[in-house]
Design a protein around this ligand. Structure first.
Ligand SMILES: Nc1ncnc2c1ncn2[C@@H]1O[C@H](COP(=O)(O)OP(=O)(O)OP(=O)(O)O)[C@@H](O)[C@H]1O
Ligand SMILES: [Mg+2]
Length: 642
């Protein structure tokens, strides 16, 4: 209990309880001390005398209780009056609340209540006892406190308080009645300055009166929680979170002393009504689970990101050119919270490695920043290759470099030159890598992301494609959203499985497959990053899809010159090579993938037999590779033939 003395209204209730209890106990004692009748034990006589016993107060006693009750009801100040008024409680209900409070606060009363129950173990208030005590004074108390009554629904009494059980105040009711402060939501993230206008608007809205739910909608980490918190405090209300049961949140909201700030789905389950008072629901979804007044909290614009990064870099004492700031702001579609976390991470990295922080370190921290949900749906590929590792035609090389330049210069063209305004959709880049297996498509995707200094996320089709209707889109949506937020390159290997032709609808399954393609088409249009699709079967891709491709890069099976180059590269420098005839190896019609795996197999053979990779090891490995491909091995031709 708290140290504060109870208010006048509550004090008056204590007097009422004392008088009524006194009258009852006096009657009880009189019944018990009558001389025992014939036969039977004194105990049974006592019980019989107590059955049906009610206080029989004198006129004067009834008058003084009535006067006390009137005095209590006239007192409009203090927390009890506030609860009674805002919940519209009847007098009997009010008496239950007061009794629950005093049973805790006044030990003497508690003892007397135990006597009233004729059970020293039950030194608490209960609805049936209070009904018995107050009835003779003209105060009607409900016989039970059930879950549907206002006392439980509005979080004043604990729910288990039905029947003869102890009436217990909820922790929140106890705080309120004791006039102790309710702890606000912790202040974890600062409010981005750009949300000052929204803060003032929301504060005015909350202060205006009972409004029902307000839905703050926006991407994760834009500061919705910080906004709700700040606005509530400005409106003179305490922001409270889901740490309390809904009923208690309702009590605080109805008292107009607090605003619950909840995730939208929790708020929806709470069944909030406008009569319950203000509530702020937070959601990242377009269609929130709860109806209410919707306020959009957008992600920072690029210009806002630039200034947030400027502050962040200044805070880290990192010197960066305006171009570097522009580039980092353009590449990482971060919220202020993400940026703040990146700063913290860069600091921790620097302390850990005992190094200074420069722009590259910040970039590296930014790459590792979002703890995104992408990991569930996609595999992070740490690029092991560079563009120079690829053996490809000049044309393919040129296109790959163009692709890198295109993504790198997006902020110049789209933002600097204002193309973004012209292109509400299609700002991102979709590239298709098409070609037979083992021609370097996956490798090129890695090399591209390495060149862009971004992460590569390979979408795991088995994790994304769900047999549950609608789940696949949901998973894909999450993958796209997260990739956008993390500025990762999204890589769909075997894209034909997902982006395949929309079929004529034949059965239900086809229909869902079409839904997926339609969703993908539309999401890819609005995606702002880089998506790479790889396929062995370009012809299987949906035409509408092909039309949206910014880059199509074909990976042809290597010709003989390329095969020679591939063979030479297939053995790392450390491997000791015997006398290998590169020209003759190049005659075998294999792809880079086959060559790499033959070279690896040869290396194992060599390691087991002398340690030097000799021609016979390679030939043996080649024969195996042919077997795997189901092709007849006829031996190597001489280098010149072909
Ligand atoms: N053009 C190439 N240049 C250099 N190495 C290559 C090339 N093509 C293939 N390789 C080698 O073959 C390996 C396999 O290639 P990669 O996985 O990129 O093929 P892919 O086209 O993605 O095949 P799949 O269609 O089967 O997925 C690479 O790791 C690399 O060692
Ligand atoms: Mg591949």
């Amino acid at each position: 209990m708290t140290g504060r003395p109870a208010d006048a209204r509550m004090q008056a209730h204590l007097e009422v309880l004392r008088l009524c209890l006194h009258a009852y106990l006096v009657r009880l004692r009189a019944a018990w001390t009558r001389p025992p009748g014939e036969g039977g034990g004194a105990e049974i006589e006592g019980v019989l005398a107590a059955v049906g016993l009610r206080a029989d107060p004198a006129r004067a006693e009834v008058d003084s209780v009535r006067e006390l009750v009137e005095r209590a009801r006239a007192e409009r100040r203090g927390p009890l009056a506030a609860i009674v008024e805002s919940l519209g409680l009847e007098l009997g209900e009010e008496c239950l609340v007061a009794a629950a409070w005093w049973a805790d606060a006044d030990p003497q009363l508690a003892v007397a209540l135990g006597c009233g129950h004729d059970d020293a173990g039950r030194r608490h208030a209960s609805a049936p006892l209070l009904r018995l005590l107050l009835g003779p004074f003209g105060v009607t108390v409900p016989p039970v406190v059930d879950d549907h009554g206002p006392l439980v629904r509005f979080g004043v009494l604990e729910s288990a308080a039905g029947g003869a059980e102890a009436l217990r105040l909820t922790p929140t009711a106890r705080l309120v009645l004791g006039e102790a402060p309710v702890a606000p939501l912790p202040d974890v993230t600062p409010l981005p300055p750009r949300l000052a206008g929204a803060r003032a608007g929301l504060a005015a809205h909350l202060a205006a009166g009972p409004t029902g739910p307000v839905v703050l909608r926006g991407p994760a980490g834009v500061g919705k929680g910080a906004l709700a918190r700040a606005a509530a405090l400005d409106a003179g209300l305490v922001p409270v979170g889901s740490g309390r049961p809904v009923a208690e949140l309702r009590l605080l909201a109805r008292l107009r002393s607090a605003v619950p700030v909840l995730p939208a789905d929790e708020a929806a389950q709470a069944g909030w009504t406008a009569g319950d008072g203000p509530l702020v629901a937070l959601t990242t979804e377009r269609s929130a689970a709860i109806a209410g007044y919707v306020v959009d909290v957008p992600a920072p614009t690029r210009a806002e990101r630039v200034s947030a990064w400027q502050c962040a870099l200044a805070e880290l004492r990192v010197r960066a050119s305006p171009e570097q700031v522009q580039a980092i702001a353009a590449r990482f579609a971060f919220t202020e919270e993400d940026i703040a976390e990146t700063v913290a991470r860069a600091r921790a990295d620097a302390a850990w490695r005992r190094l200074g922080i420069d722009v590259d370190a910040v970039w590296a921290a930014a790459r590792r920043q979002p703890e995104h949900a992408l990991d569930r749906l996609a595999a992070l590929v740490r690029p092991a290759f560079t563009l120079d590792d690829l053996v490809l035609t000049d044309e393919a090389h040129e296109k790959l470099r163009e692709l890198v330049a295109h993504v790198d210069l997006q902020h110049v063209v789209l933002d600097g030159w204002g193309f973004r305004r012209r292109l509400p959709r299609g700002q991102g880049v979709i590239a298709l890598f098409a070609g037979p297996p083992g021609t370097g498509k996956t490798m090129a995707a890695e090399a591209i992301s390495a060149a862009l200094r971004q992460d590569l996320y390979r979408i795991d089709l088995s994790a994304v494609v769900s047999k549950y209707i609608g789940e696949t889109e949901k998973n894909l949506a999450a993958a796209f959203d997260e990739a956008e937020r993390a500025s990762a390159v999204l890589f769909f290997d075997e894209a034909d499985a997902l982006f395949g032709k929309r079929t004529e609808v034949r059965d239900a399954h086809d229909r869902y497959a079409n839904v997926e393609v339609n969703y993908l088409l539309q999401r890819v249009e609005t995606f702002t990053g880089l998506v790479i699709l790889a396929t062995n079967r370009q012809a299987a891709l949906d035409e509408a899809f092909l039309r949206r491709l910014r880059f199509v890069i074909r990976f042809e099976p290597p010709d003989r010159d390329f095969r020679r180059a591939l063979w030479r590269r297939s053995f790392p420098r450390e491997a000791e090579l015997g006398d290998l005839d590169w020209d003759s190896l190049a005659t075998a019609e294999l792809t880079g993938g086959n060559i790499q795996s033959a070279a690896l197999a040869a290396a194992y053979l060599a390691a087991a037999n002398g340690g030097v990779v000799a021609a016979e090891h390679v030939e043996h490995a080649l024969r195996r590779e042919y077997e795997k491909l189901g092709k007849a091995w006829t031996g190597l031709s001489a280098g010149g033939a072909g």
